[in-house]
Write a protein that binds this ligand. Sequence first.
Ligand SMILES: Nc1ncnc2c1ncn2[C@@H]1O[C@H](COP(=O)(O)OP(=O)(O)OP(=O)(O)O)[C@@H](O)[C@H]1O
Length: 377
Amino acid sequence: MADDPEEGMLSWDESVFRDEHVFEIDYVPETFAHRESEMRSLKYALRPAARGSRPLNVIARGPPGTGKTTAVQKVFGELGAQTDVRTVRVNCQVDSTRYSVFSRVFEGIFEYEPPSSGISFKKLFRQITEKLVEEDEVLVVALDDVNYLFYEGEASDTLYSLLRAHEAHSGAKIGVIVVSSDLNLDVIEDLDGRVQSVFRPEEVYFPVYDNEEIADILRERVERGFHEGVVSTEVLDEVAELTAESGDLRVGIDLLRRAGLNAEMRASRTVSIEDVEEAYEKSKYVHLSHSLQALSDSEIELLEVIARHDGERAGDVYDAFHEQTGLGYTRYSEIINKLDQLDIIDATYTNVEGRGRSRQLSLRYEPEAVLNRLEGN
Ligand SMILES: Nc1ncnc2c1ncn2[C@@H]1O[C@H](COP(=O)(O)OP(=O)(O)OP(=O)(O)O)[C@@H](O)[C@H]1O
């Protein structure tokens, strides 16, 4: 059957994937290479907790997709398996107020949600600390993507409550790991003085992976995720190179999954360079999609207005936003700052002759790419 046109083609019940789950966003990789020193620093800081003492606090910083969340998950996994230390990871992109952070902590400790019918913060806090003292347990809270607490003006209060828990309730031992991928944010500097005086964290920096490290990490994912022979070395190198351009490992993982789906669409048993190139048109926006996820309605509305008026004067953008939403200048200005901090737009002040300082707004992405994602395409 040498001339069988179906040869080399996938049938309906076949897949290029051995395990597609390894390309999903919440997958915790089995091996975690090239992060030995960062893991060592984290463990060093948390070691006292394993002995029943309050651990050192940590600030983990580094660009997006450099393994910060994974490192926390790995260390928390080990602590959970080998010690009595309680660990709770809070995603501040989702829970961006002190109250919701503590609700998550409550849930982590009691294994059920706090009553939704308005229990006061004070009560929530007391129940958590009492439980820790009663059980004689140490708690480590990771505030992942802590930058979102800063955008909402909730960072100082949240940290203050966590760090002073032992004073509010003697015997309560809580350590904090704050994780930030916003390199423009000076976490310590931006906290209130009262928090700064009690927050002297160990710093752990996560640099971007270089080309070789990216290829190495992705090779492992390919071996677990695809059947043998589906992704050639040449294709993997291409994926690694495109990933290195952004430095965000998530781009590469998303790229592999989409390229695999493209190959399946062609009913092919192997992923081609073209499959990768086509996939990259979407995967290069994983960071944008991630940032857009947690925007509120008014933030989305302003971003839409900016995308539709790209390149126009800031004053015109405000007029259009005000007309559409009825919201005033203060809120407008707050949202502009947040979109700027999220690197979705670039907002810089320039001196305009005769008109004083004015803001120059520009999108950091193609307006179409932003609008498509906002519309869920
Ligand atoms: N050394 C590694 N080995 C295997 N997979 C890794 C490694 N580092 C990161 N990853 C994978 O890359 C993706 C991004 O990693 P992670 O979420 O830990 O990054 P991050 O620094 O927390 O990003 P962000 O700051 O945007 O939240 C995850 O899917 C993770 O599994």
